[in-house]
Design a protein around this ligand. Sequence first.
Ligand SMILES: Nc1ncnc2c1ncn2[C@@H]1O[C@H](COP(=O)(O)OP(=O)(O)O)[C@@H](O)[C@H]1O
Ligand SMILES: [Mg+2]
Length: 294
Amino acid sequence: MIQGALRLFLMIVLVGCVLLPHALVAGDAESVAPSLEELLLNGAVKGKVKRLWGGNDVKFVIRIEDGSKQGLKVIFRPEHLVDEWKHRKEISAYRLARLSGIDNVPVTVSRALPQKFFKNAGEKTLARLVFREGMLEGAVQVFVNGAHDPLGEEGYAWARDHLAALSEPAQPITMDLGEARQFSRLLVFDFLQSNPDRFSGGNLLQTDDGSYWFIDNADAYFGCTRPKRRVQQLSHFDRTQVAALRQLTKSGLEGELRALLGPKQVGRIWKRLQVVLQRVDGLIAEHGEDNVLF
Ligand SMILES: Nc1ncnc2c1ncn2[C@@H]1O[C@H](COP(=O)(O)OP(=O)(O)O)[C@@H](O)[C@H]1O
Ligand SMILES: [Mg+2]
């Protein structure tokens, strides 16, 4: 009896101290995201909306009531007059990441906020945004605290070196496996969403736990051959991501993304997904699964 109680106590300590903190690390696919999504969708806005300066697009920092003193820090990326797609691409990037088994895109949801929250944003800013019936649509995204840009101007060289290290089929991976896995995922992810704008600076962040965060996905879905060339050179793939891609169906993909991107783009993602799996299957046929998936 006492032993049973002790075991239960130890289990609770294990879950609380060891498993839960890991759920907050990028890469753990089924983590706390659903409840975070819920909070971003419905949580009350706390305090004032502030502008996040820098870059071309308008972005705001908002706090959402989460029981803490400061509230949860999020970025609101609103709908722009000149481009009705950008904020939708941010939401679809998050959904596509989840569908492909990866947690490297901060939780992002679609939400409309009342126009009155933005009344101090300035005329010029407001003139760039789309207000409908007193509401502003946009993407609400978790702000990754403590994240920094680890690459700066060296992004392209870093990507080239990492890719070279993962290009030789059936060769042991010599770099840190966590780093290699996230890099491999990133190349697959950016090919799926045809995103050429990753290594130019500021779009790949890292936190101290080693997690990479794939942010700023607004310039995806451009015809660009570079992401494809990278995947066709890549010879080591993340087992979890590949398993998730194999599970995906075209209708599943459409169900999640069609309303955000339209049917044409979803069809293209589906085609690119086949290209990835062909590459993986070709390598596996030649070198064996354990030399390709890790
Ligand atoms: N979700 C986020 N978490 C933490 N920092 C972010 C996040 N989104 C953006 N940032 C910060 O804001 C900068 C600009 O955002 P970004 O989405 O790259 O837009 P742009 O490049 O158009 O300015 C990023 O380089 C990063 O420093
Ligand atoms: Mg950027």
